[in-house]
Design a protein around this ligand. Structure first.
Ligand code: SF4
Ligand code: SF4
Length: 149
């Protein structure tokens, strides 16, 4: 199973198409709409969390792209505050993709943002809340700025 967050930019001519409905029905992916601003007769922006087998998520994204939707992975949704992190290692057991791991022999806890899927499982596990979800609102504002209205 993969959990990833994407920014979707819908061209104005697709704003009335039920693409998200089709994504669920045809490609059997679970989704969570984190933020959306889809207005009739203009471009829209949506931040979407997709869950499902990697192959189905991939096919669903291909469907969106073939329909004219710009799809961009939101890779920087999770950050670690290194000032807060005291290297306890509690987060390393929960990360499903090995983005948090203990480097040996130094026993340093490493966070690899390149591997991170943004699933957020590590956030509640950290006793000092060093793992932070980047405010989606600011990412959304950035995405909206890029959108021609
Ligand atoms: S959000 Fe946390 S648990 Fe999820 S993949 Fe990223 S580092 Fe691992
Ligand atoms: S659980 Fe928090 S404090 Fe412990 S290693 Fe992970 S990020 Fe650092």
């Amino acid at each position: 199973m993969a959990t990833r967050i994407y920014i979707l930019r819908f061209p104005a001519e697709t704003s009335n198409d039920p693409m998200i409905y089709q994504l669920v029905k045809q490609y059997d992916v679970e989704l969570n709409i984190l933020k959306a601003d889809i207005l009739p007769q203009r471009e829209g922006v949506m931040i979407l969390e997709l869950n499902g087998p990697a192959e189905k998520v991939k096919k669903g994204l291909e469907f969106l792209k073939s329909s004219g939707v710009q799809v961009e992975r939101l890779a920087a949704a999770i950050n670690r505050d290194d000032e807060k992190c005291f290297q306890c290692g509690a987060c390393t057991g929960i990360c499903p993709v090995g983005a948090l791991y203990i480097k040996r022999p130094s026993m340093e806890v490493i966070f690899d943002p390149e591997k991170c899927t943004g699933c957020s499982l590590c956030v509640p596990v950290c006793p000092v809340r060093a793992m932070e979800v980047s405010p989606v609102s600011s990412a959304f504002a950035e995405a909206e700025e890029k959108t021609v209205v």
